[in-house]
Design a protein around this ligand. Sequence first.
Ligand code: HEM
Length: 118
Amino acid sequence: MDVVRQLLLVLHIVGIGALLGGFFTQMKGMKTGDVRIVPAMTHGALTMLVTGVALVGVRQSALDLPVDNAKIATKLVILVAVLLLVWTERMKERVSVKVFGAVGLLTVANIAIAVMWT
Ligand code: HEM
């Protein structure tokens, strides 16, 4: 079952890659306001949610491994905020630079929490 956890973690990292990579492809337009939410960002954020929830389930139920509930809850709240932003703005030709910047900042904050919260 540990291989399932490892594969989910691989997909979890692929999800961050898609979300942050999508953000980076648009970053140049922040100077002119020509930014939009690209599909990689919505798909990446959804992937983070699905794999994150599955990782919690596999760790707790199948592997009897500990889960840091406070850390997970913090990451979840931040990711839900990111999801709400990318989902509601995804059809627009242009989105506000503030909203777009918030998506990037919140995503980087979640990476910092994942790595530094021990
Ligand atoms: C954008 C949001 C997120 C980012 C950037 C992120 C990032 C990461 C990273 C870098 C790791 C590997 C380092 C570590 O073990 O701490 C990780 C692991 C993990 N994440 Fe996330 N995460 C996010 C959201 C979530 C959410 C919403 C959940 C659960 C609802 C979650 C659950 C987990 C779990 C359980 C692990 C441990 C996996 C293991 O080693 O077995 N993550 N996450």
